[in-house]
Design a protein around this ligand. Structure first.
Ligand code: GLN
Ligand code: ZN
Length: 720
């Protein structure tokens, strides 16, 4: 009989209990005891869900913030003696930096070795009560995702860390452990593989059985994982481009269990259970197979109950709990019981959401749809004639504070307790206030403030055909912060203008240019669940065309600048760099579809949040915008270096205010960033702006900070 296993089930809870519990503790409404009790109950519920479907699952997956951080605490990279110390490392002034976890939209806390002791120690026994199968992130992934490791010491550090893991296993007497090693799917050097082999050799003579799990992509040299002294190997057979499966033909199992990840942990589509069962059957001829999910399930909402999706879509979709059910159904099929599985897959191949006109439009795209007729050098002159911007133009990135009041009123409208007309009037009132504030502060290019948007992706998902929103499908993006990824299920079409009314209203109140504000195709796709029945490039072009129509309407309404946000441009890139060209090809082209046909005098901006910019600067240039704003204040140095490498001829606003912190920077502090950048970027090309949108900040911070931004621009102009 084929056994089933699952891991990574969401900790958030159906009613977002996790969020409520922790935030209540933060605000003093819960004591530490009450918090721990609540989390324990929540975890019991999670484990009960596992138990109703699968044979086994790891224990100790629950964390109060982030599992990579917990692992760093266990092995003494950080120390927190109290719960408050723990949380102070997660958030607030002394917090660790946060970054995206592989190519997902989950963020982890980045362990920083700067000034740290080089000796590991067991500083926290997180798994004291666990005897069976303990969950941990593996030593390689922990180190690989850390920063500022002492140079040339990776192999030695890894080995000493692995020794501590072995000690930890012995200390607790675990029967088995589940070690997550997603970093095994990165493009590893021979040296790194040697280091892993050497480090893992310390597990050779311990009693604990180790099962190591890889996911999000294929492992380039799968045999090496099977050669490690482990009992089982978990692999991703969904997001591996077939590369794992084809290697299995020649892999020597060496007596190890194969945890075959056949059920998608990242996307919501129901699996063809019969096809999956076939794969498992075939693998079973050679391996001892356990059927499992292909990636942790926390990328999915808890379950489908209460989701506000059309019926035809529900019949195609599975969230985390339903994925567990799929694992069970595969094992049923293998046992010869396929009635339920048949019923389950009935809806998956039924066409739904097809729009022939949209398909046709994408089919007819030609070079002209991707390439602007007028080159940048001429465009910028035309734009400047109209805009007449001073040197060092000032602007902000789009959103202004989403105050309690704004959120309260939106909720009322959503619940049907406030009529749409009244809601619109309220939003217009907020826009008018924002315009007045920008006027008083003397900003050069205005934004309307995005008060009508709950979220930069969900907002467009609600307006566009072919994308569904779930109502209650919450997923953690970091800490207690959660969002509801929409589902792109059909052909995407814009039926009517989505944002023009608000932008045009804002523009009617001022002589300064107001930016039209859009979320780009890549970001909409990255922060949604995307259909897989057509190539993702086609989905991206469909969205690009919808945005193109919106820009045409902006132009008719007299809007002179349009910003297309592509916050996820870097994060969506495949883990393996050898697959980058293919991805960036459509990513860049989908952006160009948005604006290739817009007037040359319409100034196109893009905005990106911080990413390792240097590596992708050529692709960014290829997007062919006129101006880009990027987050820079947190890591000034490397960003500026990136510009030295290429002939970056566009205008750029490097963020001078780190909006992730409530701290209001002084003019001098901001000036320092600009001065460094000005050594590389000509002053004629320089904008002054914050790092990112201001929706999480308070007006009390925004007003003085923007005032300083304007002062800085004035000083720079005087000195120029
Ligand atoms: N325009 C968006 C805003 O200001 C951009 C947000 C982002 O880049 N994450 O909120
Ligand atoms: Zn941003």
């Amino acid at each position: 009989m084929v056994k089933t296993y699952a891991y990574g089930f969401p900790r958030l809870g159906k009613q977002r209990e996790f969020k409520t519990l922790i935030e209540s503790y933060w605000s003093g409404k819960l004591t530490e005891e009450e918090l721990k009790e609540g989390i324990k109950n929540l975890n019991e519920k999670r484990e009960k869900t596992y138990r109703s479907y699968v044979d086994a699952f790891p224990q100790g997956e629950m964390t109060l913030y982030d599992n990579l951080f917990d692992t760093a605490l266990i092995f003494g990279i950080y120390k927190a003696d109290t719960l408050d110390e723990y949380f102070s490392l997660c958030r607030g002034k002394n917090a660790l930096e946060m970054t995206k976890w592989f190519n997902t939209n989950y963020h982890y806390l980045v362990p920083d070795f700067e000034g740290k002791e080089k000796e590991f120690s067991i500083s926290w026994n997180k798994h004291e009560e666990i005897k069976e199968s303990a969950y941990l992130i593996g030593p390689f992934t922990l180190l690989k995702l850390s920063k500022n490791l002492p140079e040339g010491k990776f192999a030695a550090l890894l080995k000493s860390l692995a020794c501590k893991y072995a000690e930890y296993f012995k200390l607790n007497g675990f029967k088995s452990v589940h070690l997550d090693e997603p970093a095994f799917v990165m493009e590893l050097s021979d040296k790194e593989i040697e280091a892993i082999k050497d480090a893992y050799s310390v597990f050779e003579d311990i009693d604990t059985k180790i099962n190591v799990f890889t996911y999000y992509d294929s492992v380039d040299n799968l045999q090496f994982v099977f050669d490690l002294p482990v009992a089982g190997v978990g692999i991703d057979l969904v997001h591996d481009r077939g590369e794992n499966l084809s290697q299995l033909d020649s892999v020597d199992p060496k007596g190890k269990t194969l945890f075959a990840g056949v059920i998608d942990g990242r996307n919501v589509w129901r699996a063809d259970l019969f096809e999956k069962a076939e794969i498992v059957k075939k693998l079973s001829e050679k391996f001892e197979v356990v059927v499992t999910n292909a990636a942790p399930l926390f990328h999915l909402p808890v379950n489908l109950k209460g989701a506000t999706l059309p019926e035809e879509l529900v019949a195609k979709v599975a969230f985390a709990e339903e994925k567990l059910k799929e694992l069970k159904l595969i094992s049923d099929v293998l046992e010869g019981d396929d009635a339920k599985a048949k019923e389950w897959v009935e809806g998956i191949s039924k066409a739904f959401g097809v729009r022939e006109n949209v398909r046709e439009r994408v089919r007819n795209l030609t070079d002209e749809d991707f390439n602007k007729a007028v080159p940048y050098a001429e465009r910028i002159k035309l734009q400047q004639e109209i805009l007449k911007l001073p040197l060092f133009p000032t602007t902000t990135i789009g959103s202004f504070p989403q105050t309690q009041e704004v959120r309260r009123v939106r909720l009322l409208n959503r619940k049907g307790q406030l009529a749409d007309e009244d809601y619109k009037t309220f939003i217009k009132g907020e826009i008018a206030k924002a315009i007045k504030i920008q006027e008083e502060l003397g900003v050069d290019v205005f934004v309307h403030g995005e008060f009508e948007r709950s979220d930069m992706v969900e907002f467009f998902a609600e307006k566009l055909e072919g994308i569904a929103t779930t109502g209650n499908g919450w997923v953690i993006s970091y800490g207690t912060r959660s969002y509801r990824p929409p589902i792109i299920f059909g052909d995407v079409e814009r039926i009517e203008p989505m944002t023009v009314e608000e932008i045009a209203f804002a523009q009617s109140l001022t002589d300064k240019p107001v930016k039209g504000m859009l979320t780009g195709p890549v970001t909409i796709i990255a922060w949604s669940y995307c259909r897989e029945d057509i190539p993702v490039s086609e989905v991206a072009y469909q969205i690009g065309l919808a945005l193109r129509d919106e820009i045409a309407d902006y132009e008719k309404a007299g809007i002179k600048i349009v910003q297309i946000d592509e916050a996820a441009f870097r994060e969506k890139a495949p883990i393996k760099k050898r697959n980058w060209d293919e991805y960036f090809d459509w990513a860049v082209k989908s952006f160009r579809v948005c604006h290739a046909k817009s007037k040359p005098e319409t100034q196109i901006h893009s905005h990106m949040c911080y990413s390792e910019f240097g590596e992708i600067i050529e692709y960014i240039l290829a997007m062919d915008f006129d101006v880009i704003s990027i987050e820079a204040s947190r890591s000034k140095g490397d960003i500026i270096e990136a510009f030295e490498k290429v002939n970056f001829d566009r205008q750029i606003g490097l963020g001078v205010w780190d909006i992730h912190s409530p701290y209001v920077p002084s003019v001098d502090e901001m000036k320092e960033i600009v001065e460094r950048a000005l050594k590389v970027i000509p002053k004629e090309n320089f904008w002054v702006n914050p790092d990112c949108g201001l929706k999480t900040r308070r007006w009390e911070e925004c007003i003085p900070a923007i005032r300083n931004i304007v002062k800085l621009a004035n000083t720079l102009r005087e000195e120029a």
